[in-house]
Design a protein around this ligand. Structure first.
Ligand SMILES: [Fe+2]
Length: 224
């Protein structure tokens, strides 16, 4: 059992307890698939700290969409998205490894990277931030920092390996400016596959209640 730990993120001191870790693992059980004990513990702690520093109680409290202003899933949560990307990415890696004898990949990096790829959404999707940005987009930008950028901040602050910070920072459009690692390439396409296939399959909502309707106060839309 890993000892409780105190970390500082965005100026907040966060006590990472066994109880908080257990809650996080219940929401994202694929973390148990990470073979390396230290990496498994660090992914868990990074999520606990990221949520608590932002004010979200759980991953599923975030809008289930790709970006703060894109339409959400009809059903399912942000946690479901990351768990599904993890499983899709692993299946891709296993398929290629079964086909090509010399195809090698780091399974722990695929699992940990997929489960952390959107960790920066705690910033981009936070209602208080969205509300501020919408009131004055020219003050700090809108969003000020996309989830890949903030994800790098969390990963490096929490001591996650460079490979995982790279996946958080370059799984999306930011990755077009560099060469993605093998594991990040797998996760990037699993992420794209997820959103494109759920859209084609009619699983994306026609409206955005998080920004326009009954959930506006949760999403940060200024009240009219
Ligand atoms: Fe994603």
């Amino acid at each position: 059992m890993t000892a409780p730990r105190t970390v500082e993120l965005r100026g907040k001191r966060i006590e990472i307890t066994q109880e908080k870790r257990a809650r996080l693992l219940a929401e994202m059980p694929e973390i148990e698939w990470i073979g390396d004990t230290a990496l498994r513990a660090n992914v868990t702690d990074a999520w606990v700290a990221a949520l608590e520093a932002s004010g979200f109680a759980k991953i599923s409290d975030m809008k289930p969409s790709g970006n703060y202003d894109s339409r959400p899933l009809r059903s399912g949560t942000q946690a479901d998205h990351m768990r599904s990307v993890c499983r899709l990415a692993l299946k891709t890696a296993e398929e290629m490894a079964s086909l090509f004898p010399n195809f090698t990949y780091d399974r722990d990096v695929v699992v940990a990277g997929a489960l952390c790829h959107d960790i920066g959404k705690v910033w981009e999707f936070h209602p208080d931030n969205v509300s501020r940005w919408k009131q004055n987009p020219r003050a700090t930008g809108m969003p000020s920092i996309r989830h890949p950028g903030y994800g790098v901040h969390i990963c490096l602050t929490m001591g996650l390996p460079e490979q995982i910070a790279h996946i958080a920072g370059a799984h999306s459009a930011e990755g077009e400016l560099l060469v993605r690692s093998l594991e990040n390439t797998i996760i990037h396409w699993a992420d794209v596959t997820f959103w494109k296939v759920v859209e084609a399959g009619g699983q994306v909502s026609d409206t955005d209640p998080w920004l326009d309707g009954e959930l506006a106060s949760v999403s940060g839309q200024p009240r009219k």
